[in-house]
Ligand binder design. Structure first.
Ligand code: ZN
Length: 289
């Protein structure tokens, strides 16, 4: 090798850094949501791209009520699909392609109201484990909660999905050995958000990673409710975060960190990221601009 080529090679290695592996590809889905997806998708993109682990593309669906036939993302071209979508049914072809993708080992991340989507789509509800609204009730599956050191499945009748008034709340790790939560503080304060409660669904192959107490004082259910979940679906892995109602909640370092760790785990089964120094503590919210 000529000296000039060697210098070129070394300088290109320096530019790309020690971690020369190509970034993984993530696809964020949006276009319909009863939440401000135009404001939050850029935050999801930023959170995922930070550190160079992922590059992010966005698939925006036709608007609510429009013909959905053209909505056919090429799921298989990505390591992980991140849903910021709550809206009209996808075309049958797109549904089938998505099921095939996750079953074959593709990664999926469901963010906040993505778990309101598709109450009638059996495979989707198996992927997310639990969901809310959209007419969900006891026919959708059990309430999934945490009590006495374990997961509780409550099949009593009632609607699925509610939340009290927004506030900052404590997130408690329930599976500190899972790659997503390993090394994080056991308790951390999440920035003001909606605390989803009374979610229900098939809840199969579901690990409860973290919960929060839905305090009746803020019109909550009075139970420790799932906030972060990991679900096995076929050969695929699903990370489900109920956090992330809006811009403020998504600027929480706890949200950003668990989203990116969940995305990496969904894509690879491992988490290689360090816990950031500004991660929230048990008594202090930490947010980034
Ligand atoms: Zn919300």
């Amino acid at each position: 090798m000529k000296i000039s080529n060697l210098i070129l090679l070394i300088s290109s290695m320096l530019i790309t850094g020690a971690n020369a592996a190509a970034p993984m590809k993530a696809l964020v889905i949006d276009g319909q949501n009863n939440h401000d997806w135009k404001a939050t998708t850029p935050l999801l993109k930023k959170a995922l791209e930070e550190g160079g682990l992922f590059t992010v593309e966005v698939a925006t669906s036709p608007a609510n009520g429009q013909d959905m036939a053209s909505f056919k993302p090429d799921f298989a071209a990505y390591n992980v699909i991140v849903s910021n979508y709550n809206g009209d049914s996808w075309p049958p072809q797109t549904q089938a392609a998505f099921v095939k993708y996750v079953k074959a080992g593709g990664g999926f991340v469901s963010v906040h109201a993505a778990n309101n989507s598709f109450p009638e789509w059996k495979d989707y509800n198996e992927m997310i484990g639990v969901g809310g609204w959209g007419g969900r009730n006891e026919k959708s599956g059990s309430y999934v909660r945490y009590a006495d050191g374990k997961i509780i499945r409550d099949s009593s009748p009632g609607t699925g999905g509610s939340h009290g008034s927004q506030h900052a709340f404590l997130v408690e790790s329930r599976d500190p050995h899972h790659p997503i939560t390993a090394g994080l503080p056991l308790k951390w304060m999440h920035a003001q958000d909606e605390l989803y409660d009374r979610l229900r669904g098939p809840g199969e192959n579901l690990s409860l990673l973290a919960t929060a107490y839905a305090d009746p004082a803020t019109k909550g259910s009075g139970h420790h409710e799932p906030m972060l979940m990991a679900i096995d679906y076929g050969k695929g892995r699903v990370f489900h975060t109920t956090l992330g109602h809006g811009v403020g909640a998504m600027k929480c370092v706890g949200f950003i960190t668990t989203l990116r760790r969940g995305a990496e785990w969904s894509a690879t089964g491992k988490v290689t990221q360090m816990v950031p120094k500004d991660f929230p503590t048990a008594d202090k919210v930490s947010s980034r601009e």
